[in-house]
Design a protein around this ligand. Structure first.
Ligand code: ADP
Ligand code: MG
Length: 654
């Protein structure tokens, strides 16, 4: 061919520098674009062979990334379809004329292997990291000569005869300053693994240095073999060990290993769910997420219609605090990595999970705002949510034991999902379970409410700190009333949500508005007069004239007094704390009501002998005891309590 020079045909002037700089915000993706073009080229050639339109290939399919530190080049090679001079003119010189879409159009009825490219701009991302890009290519059509093409990033190119002998293509990047870091093997491995780990053709990464070292080692070994005595091929035992050491040691430690593919060409998620074993799912998880804790369970997504979507979502061990969780859902398009945690496609609450989703129907490189407005994307997101809900319902129905075992890890996630997505709540609401603190097992809300009908209709007692509130729990248990555990941060908004969804339902902490349920229904109400007198007396004894004090006839005479808080006021304050009202202090708390049990011997003693000198200590002691199961005492108060207790015991055992 005569040397040819020409202008790249770009419709609007000066588009090229814009593409170079702005097409992709992330320079790393040039490697994804070049490798995916190489994979596409191989898929096309395979396809033509299968149609009988091309000759069988004589080497296994592979893509090579070769780093040359000395010459500052990165070469991506494939044994794919190659290009003729005309094809280079058409596919490369005409920016934004996507060869992939033309190929798809032409072969749309017979196409099996997916083609990645869509936009006809991917190749030009090479210029983000290069001063000069060369192409050496040879078409599968034997009569077509090899072609060499080069472009220095201005809008002109050069084309001459090429040197490539085998069918396929080399893309050679002469890297610029930004591109130098990609010459590092470790760096390139990290990036290539991220973007290419599931691409459908084996990808090898190597450096010119390592290649040379291996080549030398091979030569040396061959020379040694030639020099070695004739008995070299006798059995191992005949060889002297010393001799072996001398020969192999120095060479072996320095020869870099033969590269292995950096990708998994048939990732598990592409398989039919019925063909996958638990072991395979676990292996895929630990390999993909470098997480060596086993996942709890997983969902294999496999949809063909109306959209194509495949993937696996794993439920990792979250622990009880969901805030520390950091999930990762990787989005792929035809086995090419697009991005992590794309909120538009994966519902936000599912981002606590780990997984991979491959969705060929969503084009690569589209903008976020496009995704937000795309109906298809919305449908996909809904489908994923539905699948997750189905899985949870399934576990609840068919594997209740396991479900309960997982609950501590998954409930924050499920509750978060219910709060974020009404539809999700509607789907899973019958599979929500709660730990009963009096029965020591999991029950549903309707089971609780059914049992509570007689005693506290439509009310649910809960504890957010079963240890501190143990006494209250025991009290309720004594009345055959159940208490649910609600001790995670997310439970506060979650309960409010349940209340808003279920007319008349209210949640009450065990110490809230409790006394009315512990009243002895058979004895008559305490008179207002007695109540006033008791209030005055106890305010005086406790040196606290702000306390609200109630005198009640309780049905358990072992209880002397208890503190009762107001549920709604306390919950508001909890929310304020949760949302970081830093200046919030204990003094802002709505003071609890002190309920005295008219039927308790100690209380009676004080009320019946209001002038007794020991009343003050006794009242304070009882009050502090009730505070211990209600709140944390300040250091000062705790010290006073301990001192007083010692003193009282001292008096008792004098
Ligand atoms: P797209 O992949 O979206 O079509 P690109 O800019 O990535 O756009 O590539 C443009 C075209 O150049 C491809 O469609 C293909 O026809 C051709 N091409 C690029 N790389 C190769 C390659 N390694 N082998 C054969 N053809 C290639
Ligand atoms: Mg491409």
């Amino acid at each position: 061919m005569e040397e040819e020079k020409g202008s790249l045909s770009i419709n609007s002037q000066n588009l090229f520098p814009i593409i170079k700089r702005w097409l992709y915000s992330d320079k790393d993706i040039f490697i994804r674009e070049l490798v995916s073009n190489a994979v596409d080229a191989i898929q096309k050639r395979k396809h033509l062979i299968s149609l009988g339109e091309a000759k069988e290939a004589d080497s296994p399919w592979r893509v090579d990334i070769l780093l040359d530190k000395e010459n500052k080049t990165i070469t991506v090679s494939d044994n794919g379809i190659g290009m003729s001079a005309d094809e280079v003119r058409k596919y490369i010189n005409q920016i934004a004329f996507s060869g992939a879409s033309e190929f798809l159009e032409k072969y749309k009825d017979s196409q099996e292997d997916p083609i990645i490219g869509h936009f006809g701009l991917g190749f030009y991302s090479a210029f983000m990291v290069s001063t000069l890009v060369e192409i050496e290519t040879k078409s599968y059509r034997e009569e077509e000569p090899a072609v060499h093409w080069s472009c220095d990033g201005s809008s002109t190119y050069e084309m001459t005869d090429g040197t490539r002998k085998e069918v396929g293509t080399d893309i050679i990047l002469h890297v610029n300053e930004d591109g130098e870091k990609y010459l590092d093997l470790y760096e390139m491995r990290t990036i290539a693994s991220k973007y290419c780990s599931f691409m459908a053709v084996e990808i090898y990464l190597d450096t010119v240095d390592d290649r040379l070292k291996r080549e030398e080692a091979r030569k040396k070994a061959a020379e040694e073999a030639a020099k070695a005595p004739v008995d070299a091929d006798t059995s191992d035992s005949a060889k002297s060990d010393a001799d072996k050491d001398k020969k192999d040691e120095p060479a072996k430690t320095q020869v870099p290993e033969e590269p292995r593919p950096i990708n998994d060409t048939t990732p598990l998620y592409l398989k039919k769910p019925s063909d996958c074993t638990d072991e395979e799912y676990k292996q895929f998880y630990s390999k993909t997420f470098m997480d060596f804790k086993e996942p709890l369970f997983w969902i294999h997504l496999n949809m063909d219609y109306p959209y194509n979507l495949k993937g696996i979502l794993y439920f990792p061990k979250l622990g009880s605090e969901f805030t520390s969780a950091d999930g990762q859902v990787k989005l792929y398009c035809n086995q090419v990595f697009v991005a992590d945690n794309v909120k538009e496609i994966i519902p936000e609450f599912l981002l606590l999970l780990k997984g991979v989703i491959d969705c060929p129907d969503i084009p690569l490189n589209v903008s976020r705002s496009y995704l937000q407005n795309d109906a298809k994307v919305k449908k996909i997101s809904e489908y994923i949510t539905r699948k997750v809900a189905d899985k949870l319902n399934d576990l609840y129905k068919k594997e209740r034991d396991n479900y309960e075992k997982y609950w501590d890890d998954i409930h924050p996630f499920i509750k978060y999902g219910c709060l974020r997505d009404e539809k999700f709540y509607d789907r899973v609401k019958d599979s929500l379970i709660y730990k009963s603190l009096t029965q020591d097992k999991f029950i549903t809300l309707s089971e609780y409410l059914e049992a509570a009908k007689e005693t506290h209709d439509n009310k649910v007692f809960y504890s957010d700190d079963p240890r501190q509130q143990a006494q209250y729990i025991a009290l309720l248990k004594g009345q055959d009333m159940d208490v649910l555990e609600m001790k995670t941060a997310i439970d506060v908004p979650f309960m409010s949500m349940l209340e808003s969804k279920n007319q008349g339902l209210s949640f009450m902490r065990v110490d809230a508005d409790l006394s009315q349920y512990l009243k002895n229904k058979d004895s008559k109400e305490v008179s207002e007069e007695d109540r006033k007198a008791a209030e005055q007396l106890f305010r005086m004894l406790l040196d606290n004239d702000k306390l609200t004090i109630h005198l009640e006839n309780m049905n358990n005479d072992k209880v002397s007094l208890m503190l009762e808080s107001q549920e709604q006021a306390r919950r508001m304050q909890d929310m304020m704390k949760l949302y970081g009202a830093d200046s919030f202090s204990k003094d802002d708390l709505e003071p609890a009501t002190l309920v005295l049990n008219n039927n308790n011997a100690l209380i009676r003693r004080i009320l019946d002998h209001p002038d007794d000198a020991s009343n003050k200590d006794l009242a304070k002691e009882l009050y502090d005891l009730s505070r211990l199961s209600h709140e944390d005492l300040s250091a000062e108060d705790l010290t006073a309590f301990l001192d007083r207790s010692q003193e009282m015991l001292g008096k008792l055992y004098q």
